[in-house]
Write a protein that binds this ligand. Structure first.
Ligand SMILES: *Cc1c(COP(=O)(O)O)cnc(C)c1O
Length: 410
């Protein structure tokens, strides 16, 4: 404790000892405050990544801090052999704000989705339809990295080298209802979709599509699983993105923003779908422990009682308008602006790495997907001033990129 290494020393130590599964950006952070992160060298960054839609209350929110301290002082973990109040309270609160009946707690998005896939299969078995095991998901989707969830992920690059993949998964193009209808067979158990594809490049479902999927599921006795790991917990302006579509799923998964940085995932189900599980069907040692559920309760408290969720649409509108303006002024650099709420993507017409470096140099943290889509996930607590500041920095990067385009053309 108390040791502070230089950035290059941290990079070297990490690269030597941590398994190489991430392509990392050469920044080492030591502290955060609201919408800002500070690195080892004392530089300040405006954080429009939020740890990938995780730190939705920003960094160091006093109520979240308080909840974590209280858990540390009273209890961290007991195992699910026993009852703890915050877990019960969080389940009740999640049910109240979503309309679902039952909650299973996990520790991550992948685990929540894994639970959802298992529940869907067992639900069909227990309903006397044992031959129904297949899960249909969308091309370009992302559902996690466990073997089942990576198989549900409709992107071949995530499958390579992990074969044989588990059986029982099939993919259809997003927003094509006829393709889904044609893919349903008497082995289909469930349809799994993100209301807005996140890792796939910020592609929203159209309302007609999601409503059509709901109707098809009802017609064929299939469960609709919505993966709201990224879109959920207020990210899109409503607690669940599905609310804006007027669609109620049978099973819904949450994770990223739920603990505000403390790892927690949740699978929510209707009473009917929850029939699939009974004591012993599924479990998690850490799932829903005292620390994590206490933290998530604080997140929900701030979202609903401190006006944070209520303000998201207005903040989103400001950022959206600003990005549209930028795209109009810099048509050689930016293309389509897409997304919902504070989950926004902008098509890049210059190499994503170039654009990202420009942002980082100016002290703005953003994310680029596949070198071609700029993804913005600011904290839900972001102020108007911070949105304007981010837009000014993005404008500077656009100007640089545009002038480079001109140079290389002449
Ligand atoms: C991030 C993400 C996951 C995986 O979550 P992990 O916590 O990394 O396992 C699953 N689904 C969606 C939609 C995600 O964005």
């Amino acid at each position: 404790m108390g040791v502070q290494l230089r950035a290059d020393e941290i990079f070297a130590m990490s690269d030597r000892w941590v398994m190489h599964t991430y392509g990392r950006i050469k920044l080492a952070f030591v502290r955060g405050e609201g919408s800002r992160l500070f690195d080892v060298e004392g530089r300040s960054f405006l954080d429009f990544v939020s740890g990938l839609a995780v730190t939705s209350l920003g960094h160091g929110h006093p109520k979240l801090k308080q909840a974590i301290v209280e858990a540390a002082e009273s209890l961290l973990h007991t195992s699910n052999y026993f009852y703890i109040l915050p877990q019960a309270q969080l389940a009740e609160r999640l049910a109240e704000v979503t309309g679902f009946d039952r909650v299973f707690f996990a520790n991550s998005g992948a685990e929540a989705n894994e639970a959802a896939i298992k529940l869907a299969r067992r639900y069909q078995v227990k309903s006397g339809r044992a031959g129904r095991y297949e899960v249909i998901s969308a091309i370009n989707s992302f559902h996690g990295r466990t073997l089942a969830t990576v198989t549900a992920t409709g992107q071949p690059k995530y499958h390579a080298g992990f074969e044989p993949l588990p059986a029982g998964f099939r993919y259809v193009p997003l927003n094509d209802l006829e393709a889904l209808r044609a893919a349903i067979t008497d082995t289909t158990a469930a349809v799994l979709l993100e209301p807005v594809q996140g890792e796939g490049g910020i592609h929203p479902c159209t309302p007609e599509y999601l409503q059509g999927v709901r109707a098809l599921c009802d017609q064929h006795g299939l469960l609709l699983i919505l993966d709201e790991v990224q879109t959920g917990v207020g990210r899109t302006g409503t607690f669940l993105a599905a609310e804006q579509y007027g669609v109620k799923a049978d099973i819904c998964t949450l994770a990223k923003g739920l603990g505000g940085g403390v790892p927690i995932g949740a699978m929510l189900a209707t009473e009917e779908a929850a029939k699939g599980f009974e004591p012993g069907s599924h479990a998690s040692t850490f799932g829903g422990n005292f620390l994590a559920t206490r933290a998530a309760l604080a997140v929900l408290d701030v979202l609903f009682n401190d006006g944070v969720l209520e303000r998201v649409p207005q903040a989103a509108q400001r950022l959206w308008k600003g990005l549209k303006g930028l795209a109009e002024r810099h048509p050689k650099v930016l293309g389509e602006v897409r997304g919902l709420g504070l989950m926004l993507g902008v098509e890049l017409k210059v190499p994503g790495s170039r654009f990202l470096n420009g942002c980082l140099e100016k002290g703005l943290l953003v994310n680029v997907i596949g070198d071609k889509v700029l993804r913005l996930l600011p904290p839900l607590t972001v102020s108007d001033e911070e949105i304007d500041e981010a837009l000014r920095l993005l404008e500077l990067v656009c100007e640089e990129c545009a002038s480079e385009c001109q140079d290389s053309a002449s």
